[in-house]
Design a protein around this ligand. Structure first.
Ligand SMILES: C[S@@+](CC[C@H](N)C(=O)[O-])C[C@H]1O[C@@H](n2cnc3c(N)ncnc32)[C@H](O)[C@@H]1O
Length: 249
């Protein structure tokens, strides 16, 4: 593991203790099985209707895994390098008696068998921690069975440029759309290095790995809002998230 990945992992281990403190609240929310957004439900409906085995790539505390099962998934394996986050997710899955298993591992390089998944589900603050997207896409393709799907619902690559001013959106003077990285100053912060890429380079990596692009859309609403922040950049004029669905031939 390189020095940046190790430092990012330490930042996530520390940040994930928040999820442990919130365990009772998150347990109740997960048990309701409703955490997927309407957008995710619509896009994933045909895939989940087939009862897929899911790998949740960078599963964190597994917020959406019970919802994936409720919507039709047969099983979920979550992979994350935070033992704190994966431990909380496993505890919750065991408590609810659901078919979710959590593996602590650095990605890419998932310690899972080739072709073990019908769906790789990822996003909501995941892609920005992957330093090399070609390696990321290749490892996902390795996990997918033929006709398996990759689903990504993620922060728009332009979103780090928007200031969180409440009167009007501004472009942060310390950020560039074409910069390779910046230091995260919201969550998990602690000096974590967040990788940047353009939307074009994300799509190119997905297609270059041999996946067929089925859906790509940009969305004005962010997938996550920092508590207490009401940014004008989130009022519908700017891209804040994107969704992508691709299939292995
Ligand atoms: C913002 S969270 C998203 C988690 C999940 N998608 C969710 O909605 O709860 C990002 C997660 O990526 C994990 N992560 C970051 N880099 C990773 C890596 N190289 N390998 C494995 N996990 C990683 C972190 O530990 C963290 O749990």
């Amino acid at each position: 593991m390189d020095a940046t990945t190790r430092a990012n992992r330490n930042a996530w281990e520390a940040a994930s203790t928040k999820r442990v403190r919130e365990y009772p609240e998150l347990l109740a929310r997960a048990a309701a099985g409703t955490s997927l957004t309407a957008l995710e439900r619509d896009l994933l409906r045909p895939v989940l209707a087939t009862g897929p085995d899911v790998v949740h790539w960078q599963s964190g505390h597994g917020a959406d895994d019970i919802a994936l099962l409720s919507a039709g998934a047969r099983s979920v394996i979550g992979v994350d390098y935070s033992s704190v986050a994966a431990g909380a997710a496993q505890r919750r899955a065991d408590e609810l008696g659901v078919n979710c298993r959590y593996v602590v591992a650095a990605l890419p390089g998932a310690p899972l068998a080739d072709g073990c998944a019908d769906l790789v589900y990822t996003g909501k603050g995941a892609l920005i921690w992957m330093p090399d997207l070609d390696t990321w896409a290749a490892d996902i393709v390795r996990l997918l069975r033929p006709s398996g799907h990759l689903f990504l619902y993620e922060e728009h690559p332009a979103a780090p440029l928007w200031s969180w001013d409440s009167d009007e959106p501004r472009i942060r003077p310390d950020r560039s759309y074409f910069a390779p990285s910046h230091v995260n100053d919201s969550f998990p912060a602690n000096g974590a290095v967040q990788w940047q890429r353009t939307l074009a380079s994300i799509v190119t990596s997905v297609i270059g790995a041999g996946l067929r692009l089925l859906h790509l859309a940009e969305h004005p609403a962010p997938f996550w809002r920092m508590g207490g922040v009401e940014a004008a950049a989130w009022n519908g004029r700017l891209p804040n998230a994107f969704s992508l669905l691709a299939r292995r031939p």
